[in-house]
Write a protein that binds this ligand. Structure first.
Ligand code: SAM
Length: 351
């Protein structure tokens, strides 16, 4: 098969074999990327129009028990200035976000033992009582089935847990021995079973990634059918063992955003801060490749610099209102509208 036939198959069947995904990645060129992006944008337009959804990101803690080798807030990074927001501070961030037009709040953080089920359930209930028209997304790492269920029953709507890579050997090169590929995948299955809208995802250009491991990521997305999928470039952090590894590229990230849109048309696909970090127009390019979500920062400015997953992260100095305004302008400049909406998944939910 050549590229033209593969595009046709992708559009009609939303599925390629592992070899075909690998071939597409290895044989990509600017013309193929352009064609895929055009198709991806047209498919997305058919479902979501020219709306770009926003999610207000609240980085609740950079304390983490894990030692993921790529991550700036890994437990082993002694140079990381640790912080944790109080429940009151988290609610204040959301209140401010609400007045700015956010209808989804993403509570993200390291795996910080302070945030027990009781503490998070209390925050969720208070947020839902104040803002019943908002969705709550959690991104707090791996927990037990029972814990995920309690948080869901308390009112959480969505959960983001990037699978990081669908290749076991690759996973083991990115994580220490006490972290398990099987557990990560099991967590994703549990979240779906419970009823969350679930997001998986991976870094583009992470160390030891190959077109064969990426083909497995695409196959996983094709089969798992997540409601959301977070992909962004790997960006090295100087205080991690991967500090000298090369960063991922805008080109490959955008190419994969287009492919993922065509694999799973209704998926909610963010154009990430990491993409905006490695290119001044990265988030615009992501949207033009088929993404439809942006996640401006609502964390208090006093802690933003401390949630440093990678070097030179953008948007660490501005107030929340500035961040939202800036993104609104950026989206307008490319013909898109940032809208006030929960931004729910518009596809058929598959459990
Ligand atoms: N602890 C939660 C978890 O593990 O899902 C959420 C926080 S974690 C820091 C969020 C995501 O940041 C990870 O899933 C990872 O893909 C991304 N990330 C971490 N280090 C990164 C880096 N150096 N470059 C780009 N993305 C990174």
């Amino acid at each position: 098969m050549d590229n033209k036939e593969l595009i046709k198959k992708l559009i009609t069947e939303h599925s390629l074999t592992l070899d075909e995904y690998e071939y597409l990645i290895d044989n990509r060129d600017p013309e193929l990327a352009r064609e895929l992006a055009e198709r991806a944008v047209s498919v997305r337009r058919g479902i979501y129009g020219n709306a770009v959804f926003t999610r207000g990101l609240i980085e609740i803690s950079n304390i983490c028990k894990n030692n993921c080798i790529y991550c700036g807030i890994r437990a082993g990074n002694g140079n990381c200035d640790r912080y944790r927001l109080t429940p009151e501070e988290i609610i204040e961030c959301a209140d401010e976000g609400y007045s700015l037009g956010f209808r989804t709040f993403v509570l993200q953080g390291g795996e910080d033992g302070y945030f027990t089920d009781a503490v998070i359930c209390d925050i969720i209930k208070r947020l839902k009582a104040k803002h019943p028209d908002c969705a709550i997304t959690l991104s707090l790492g791996e927990r037990s089935f029972e814990s995920y269920k309690r948080l869901y029953d308390a009112g959480a709507d969505r959960y983001l847990l990037r699978h990081e890579t669908a290749d076991r050997e690759h996973y083991e090169k990115l994580h220490p021995r006490d972290m398990s590929f099987d557990n990560r995948m099991e967590c994703l299955r549990s979240l779906k079973r419970i009823g969350y809208q679930v997001g998986c995802g991976f870094m583009v250009g992470s160390p030891y990634q190959t077109s064969a491991t990426l083909a497995k990521d695409l196959k996983f997305i094709e089969e798992f059918k997540p409601e959301m999928c977070g992909i962004g470039p790997f960006v090295p952090h100087k205080d991690t063992p991967f500090g000298n590894k090369p960063q991922g590229t805008v080109e490959l990230t955008c190419f994969l955003l287009s492919v993922i849109r065509l694999i799973h048309p209704p998926v909610l696909l963010p154009s990430t801060t990491a993409l905006g970090t490695i290119h001044p127009l990265g988030r615009e390019l992501g949207i033009q490749a088929g993404a439809n979500v942006v996640m401006p920062n609502l964390s208090p400015v006093s802690v933003r610099k401390k949630y440093e997953l990678y070097d030179n992260k953008i948007c660490t100095g501005e107030e929340s209102a500035q961040c939202r305004g800036c993104l609104e302008q950026r989206m307008k400049s490319i013909g898109y509208e940032l809208i006030i909406d929960r931004g729910d998944f518009k596809g058929k939910r598959i459990y």
